[in-house]
Structure formats: C-alpha cells, structure tokens
Unconditional design. Structure first.
Length: 550
C-alpha cells in the first residue's frame, strides 16, 4: 500500500444533519491533499446537500448503514468488508452522530485489517434515563476502544464521555471544534427586507430562524410556549418564525396542532429541510436554538460567520462562544423548563423591541467566527491526525477474501436497537391488539416475526426473553408452536424467573398465561428480542416492549 494516505470518510447520518455535513465538508477540503472516498446513505436530503458541493475529486459510495438501522449497521459485516476492500483506505474517518453502533461492523472489520480509525464524535447521549440511551452509551465505549483516535467537536462532550467511561480513553482523544464553509465568511450583505420578500415572508417583521431537525430535543415546543404566552402579543405582532429542518417522526404533527390551537399559524412556517440555508440567513434577524442538548452545532458557526446573533440555551460548548455581545445565552431547559420559557420570552421581547438587533451584534459574531470557526485551522488539525495515524497504517496487502473468518465475535451484552421497522413488525405481529398497545391476553396471543426475518443479515438469530415486571402472584407462562407443541413453560415470579425462546427456529408462537391463585389482570411482562450473531454465547438486547395481561 502506498505511503500516501488514502482516506475513507463515512457518516451514519441519513438526513444531512450535522454529522453528515461534517463528513461532506471534511471530504471536500481534504480531497485537495489526499485521495478521498466518501461513503454515506444516498438519501434525498444527503444528495441534495452533496449535489451543491464540489466533490469532483471525491469517490462517493452509497453505504446503507445509518443510525436508524442499528441491527444492520452492527452486524452487516459483508457490506463493511466490501466497502473497505473497494476503497482500500490507509485511514478510516467516521463522522458519528453519538458514537452509536452505526459503525460497529465497519470498525470491527477495520480493526481486524489493522486500518486505523478516527471517530469524530458530534454529540454524546446522556441525561435521558432509559434503556435505549443507556445502551447507546455502551455502544460508544465499544466503538471508542476500536478507534485509533477520538475527535470531539466540543469540550463538553469530551468531558462527559470521559466522566462516564473513565480516563483510559483520554490519551487518544482531542477536541477539534466544528468549522463552516469559507463561503459563509464572504457572503455579501443583502437588504433583509428584499431577502424576506424573495422567500415569501413579511418584509416588515423581524425573522427568527430555528434551523434544526423538528424533534423534541431541539426545543421547538419551548419556543412555541414562549411565543404563545398571553403577555407576548407585541412580540407576535413584530416577529415571524421559520423552522428549517425535516421531521422524521410524529412530533411535527403535534407541534403543528399546537400552533393552530394557540393561533400562531400566521407567524410560524415549517420550511422543511433546506440544502442551502444562506437565502434564509440573508433574511434572518436572529437564530434561536432552545435545545435540551448540543455539542457545537454547525449552524451556530455558520450564523456567526454571517454576522447573525444566536439566542440559545446553555448546553454543550455554546457557553464558550455565545455571550451578550454576539447573542443571548439562556440557562439549560433541563433544570427548570418553566423558568427557561419565561427567560426565553424575555429574550424574545428584547429581540423584537430593540432596533438594529442584528447590526448591534454582527461584528462581535463575525470576529468570534473568524477566531474559532474558520476552516483553515480545522483542516490543519485533521491533516496532522491523519499523518499520525499513518504510522499505524495497515500491512502492504490485506487478504479481504478470508476476512469473514478472521472477525472476532460481536461485542457487548446490551446493545439496544430502536428501528421503526421493528416497531411496526411488532405492532403487526401481536394478536389480538388493543388500542393502547400490545397485550398478552390470558386466552392466548400470537407473535409472528417471519416477515421480518428476510431483513436480518445472514447468521443472525432472534431470541426472545420474557420476564415478569409486575408485583402480582406467580404466573405460569406457556409457549407453544402453531401446531400446539409445547416449546417452553415457566413459573414467572415478579422480577425473578425468565424464559428464553429461540424464535429463529420458531417464528410463529402462541402464548397463554394464568395466575397461580387469585387472578390478576394487571400483571405486566417485558418482552425483549435479542439477537445472536456468529457467537451463540453473546446475546445482545435489541428492543424492549411491555405487554399487559388482560
């Protein structure tokens, strides 16, 4: 293999969010120095972003691993081998949403092939005490231990990661702040009234942008609550709001109902995903980010480069870069949402009433962006990391043909998986159903996962574990195949005994249960689907659902 590095840059972000933009921009900049391969899911939003870029020196691959299909991304070793064998990288660079297992298959193959990997950590999940995020954090450790180096885009994410997982990873971690494309620094000032008219907006009202995916952690509902307060009539008469970002769940529908119920529809617009935010930046008077958690959002770098003040919550690394001179920094909404909404309302009043709000903060915002977010420093730091990684480059020849046989068994014991496709399969598999969710009636229930098996990578099996979570009397659970043959029977005491069934061999199952002694129709069970790949001794939790006895 040549001493000159060949890079493979990949991202698990399928919707052109921050992680994807980091990968795309880095590929574009580094392609002037190194041969670069770029692998990402060719979704409509990702392609809309890359089609606007000069990637003529970059070889692009349609790689289907993403953060919304963690089963495939964890265990689809064959496509990982194919990608690495095609790109032949000397260094792998992974832009990860939150060090999830979206790249575990790729990292496992790279480690076996002795290809050094640099993981760019764009965010870190904590503060949400549920099984899914706890298991995401376990994936983070597995991924981090396979990496040559960890790059955190914020000091806050680095400190929280090392706090949770010990200092053994500290020696191979560093912070490289996000940067923005140089074109944001050279964007010529435009008349904002004219720019608003081009977008179909009211040229006489101030424009407030919330440029983030429409999802709960980004704080859209907090902004709506502040605007809808009875004392905010004057603000509503002076301000209009545009949400720039796609929606990938039911949250936008809920938010739209709230907008109509509170009479905010004349001043609130859902613009959807925007491949190019600059027309909106030309019209904006301020950017608002009332998030529950962030690392260092690219949109903050871009807004400040354009001289736009940012009103945001004190999360991630934002306190390092936002102050009263270039914007407005509010406390985190996690501690006290009601207090945050009141303070946000006050900030919006100041924004609405102060003449020249943007002009008064534009110079300070630009100077901060030039000092911290210019791409030249960012590119130089990544170049140095890659040169260092080359000292650990793979051997001259990698035998890809026998790679599957060399791979170690999968890692981890509780890897969560929250794919919407699996949710749909489970909802359709249980029978009968109730309006409030899945039930396991005492008269019998069935589970049919056979339609889903075709989606599983080769070598993966499903194992189901059921145990009691209620505090009622001992339950007797019987599981039979469709022909009535018994598969398992267990007496389940609350929180104690459990029964596991291989549903790869028995995809269609029937259940009956009865209470020992007096009946209890409120008994709850937890159903976990586990998968086993290559090594039958390792069972990894995929997703958890609670079903109630009836």
């Amino acid at each position: 293999m040549s001493d000159f590095p060949r890079l493979l840059i990949t991202t698990d972000d399928p919707v052109a969010g921050g992680s994807a933009q980091v990968a795309f921009d880095l590929a574009q900049r580094l392609s002037t120095v190194f041969p670069v391969h770029l692998a990402f899911k060719h979704s409509a939003s990702n392609r809309a972003r890359t089609d606007r870029m000069d990637l003529s020196r970059v070889t692009c691959h349609d790689f289907q691993h993403d953060q919304n299909d963690l089963l495939r991304s964890t265990y689809d070793l064959r496509s990982a081998i194919d990608l690495l064998a095609t790109a032949q990288p000397s260094v792998l660079v992974v832009s990860s949403s939150c060090v999830t297992a979206s790249h575990l298959a790729l990292l496992r193959v790279a480690a076996t092939a002795q290809i050094p990997a640099i993981i760019i950590v764009n965010g870190y999940w904590d503060g949400y005490p549920n099984a899914y995020t706890r298991n995401i954090r376990e994936r983070a450790v597995h991924a981090a231990r396979r990496a040559h180096h960890l790059v955190f885009v914020s000091k806050d994410a680095q400190s929280r990661f090392l706090r949770d997982h010990g200092d053994e990873l500290n020696a191979k971690s560093s912070v490289i702040s996000n940067c923005c494309d140089a074109s944001f620094f050279t964007q010529a000032p435009q008349d904002r009234a004219t720019a608003k008219q081009r977008l179909g907006l009211d040229p006489h009202k101030k424009l407030l942008l919330l440029p983030a995916r429409v999802e709960v952690p980004k704080g859209h509902a907090l902004l709506m609550r502040a605007l809808a307060a009875p004392h905010m009539t004057d603000v509503r008469e002076r301000v209009q709001v545009s949400f720039l970002g796609g929606s990938y769940n039911a949250f936008q529908s809920m938010l739209e109902r709230f907008v109509h119920q509170t009479g905010l529809q004349p001043i609130v617009r859902f613009e959807g995903h925007q491949a190019d935010v600059r027309p909106f930046f030309a019209a904006a008077d301020a950017v608002v980010l009332p998030s529950y958690g962030e690392g260092l959002p690219l949109v903050v770098c871009e807004a400040q480069a354009c001289g736009i003040p940012v009103i945001c919550s004190s999360v991630g690394d934002l306190p390092r870069f936002i102050n009263d001179h270039n914007g407005c920094l509010l406390p985190s909404p996690r501690a006290d949402e009601s207090l945050f909404v009141r303070l946000l309302a006050q900030a919006l009043q100041a924004f609405a009433q102060e003449p020249g709000y943007r002009e008064n903060r534009a110079n300070a915002a630009r100077l901060n962006a030039i000092a911290h977010f210019h791409p030249s420093d960012n590119t130089a730091q990544y170049k140095q990391l890659i040169v260092d990684a080359m000292r650990h480059r793979p051997p001259a020849k990698i035998e890809w043909a026998g790679m599957m046989e060399q791979l170690v068994p999968p890692i981890g014991k509780t890897i969560a998986w929250d794919d919407s496709r699996m949710q749909n399969v489970l909802s359709g598999a249980w029978g009968p159903l109730r309006a409030n969710g899945m039930v396991m009636p005492s008269t019998g229930a069935g589970l049919d996962l056979s339609p889903f098996q075709k989606h599983l990578p080769q070598g993966v099996r499903l194992v189901m574990t059921i145990w009691r979570t209620g505090d009622g009397p001992v339950e007797v659970l019987r599981i039979r195949d469709p022909h009535g043959q018994p598969i398992a029977e267990a007496q389940l005491q609350a929180g104690a005994n459990r029964v596991s069934v291989d549903i790869w061999a028995h995809p269609r199952l029937e259940f009956t249960h009865r209470a020992a002694g007096s009946g209890n129709d409120q008994t709850k069970f937890s159903l976990l689907l586990s998968h086993i790949c290559l090594n039958p001794a390792v069972a990894d939790v995929m997703t958890e659902h609670t079903v109630s006895g009836a």
